[in-house]
Design a protein around this ligand. Structure first.
Ligand SMILES: [Zn+2]
Length: 103
C-alpha cells in the first residue's frame, strides 16, 4: 500500500461524498483502500437525550471504514436505530488501531 494514512482518509472522504450524493450509489463505488465494490453506507440514529444521526460507511471486503464523526448524513438519509443495526467491527481509516512499530 502506498500513501500516508491522511491520503487514505482523503480518498474515503471523497468516496463518502459520492456515496452520499445519491441513494444506492455506495454499491457502485470501489473501495478507496482495496478497490473492491463492497462499500456499504448506513445511517445510524443514536438517542442521547436528543437525536443524532451518524453515517456508517465501510467496506465489506477489507473491513475499513470512515470514522462516523467525519461525515454528515445527506438529506435523503433514512436512519436506522442503533439497536437495530448489525454493523461489522471495522477499522477506522485515519485512526490508529494498533501501535505503530518503527522498523
Ligand atoms: Zn475495501
Amino acid at each position: 500500500m502506498t500513501g500516508s494514512d491522511d491520503d487514505e482518509l482523503e480518498r474515503w472522504l471523497d468516496a463518502y461524498e459520492q456515496a452520499a450524493a445519491l441513494p444506492g450509489r455506495a454499491a457502485r463505488l470501489s473501495c478507496p483502500t482495496c478497490g473492491v465494490q463492497a462499500l456499504r453506507l448506513e445511517f445510524v440514529s443514536f438517542s442521547h437525550g436528543g437525536e443524532a444521526v451518524m453515517p456508517a460507511f465501510w467496506c465489506d471486503s477489507c473491513r475499513r471504514g470512515l470514522p462516523p464523526v467525519r461525515a454528515y448524513p445527506p438529506a435523503w438519509a433514512t436512519p436506522v436505530r442503533w439497536e437495530e443495526t448489525a454493523l461489522p467491527d471495522y477499522d477506522l481509516v485515519g485512526v490508529p488501531t494498533r501501535p505503530q512499530e518503527s522498523s
